[in-house]
Write a protein of this length. Structure first.
Length: 142
């Protein structure tokens, strides 16, 4: 019998990691700047072998989330040490962050993939249940 998580998802032995970062900025203009930085970082990340997928998500008029899937923690380390555009954008974004309550509205978390739905996340082109997670050629509109 196949093991399942409390959600009914299939448990899996995987090194796949997910990083989520949420930004709340002062203006829509700042949100556009963040998106441009994201696109620049993504272009500079093409040679990072362990990057499975990355997306920029809009939560509200001044709030966005970046989501990335990685083959393992080593791939994240490779990205952090080789993609200079990421370090530059991270340092630059602090000027645009909302600072309500005196603190920058920014948080980030890293998760290890533990289980998947029977539909393998239903994310076109992403296969995380195989021994070597893969990403098909990117959809032109993402």
């Amino acid at each position: 019998m196949e093991q399942t998580a409390s959600t009914g998802y299939r448990k899996m032995d995987s090194e796949v990691m997910c990083v989520i970062t949420r930004f709340e900025v002062r203006s829509i203009t700042a949100l556009v700047r963040l998106y441009r930085s994201f696109r620049r970082i993504k272009a500079h990340s093409k040679n990072i072998e362990g990057l499975i997928a990355t997306r920029f998500l809009i939560e509200g008029p001044r709030t966005c989330i970046t989501l990335s899937l990685w083959k393992n923690g080593g791939a994240i380390l490779q990205f952090n040490t080789r993609v200079v555009a990421h370090v530059q954008a991270a340092n630059a974004c602090f000027r645009d962050l909302d600072r309500g309550n005196g603190r920058a509205h920014l948080w980030s978390a890293q998760f290890k993939l533990f289980a998947v739905s029977p539909h393998n996340l239903n994310w076109d082109g992403v296969e995380v249940t195989s021994p070597q997670p893969t990403l098909a050629p990117e959809h032109p509109h993402l």
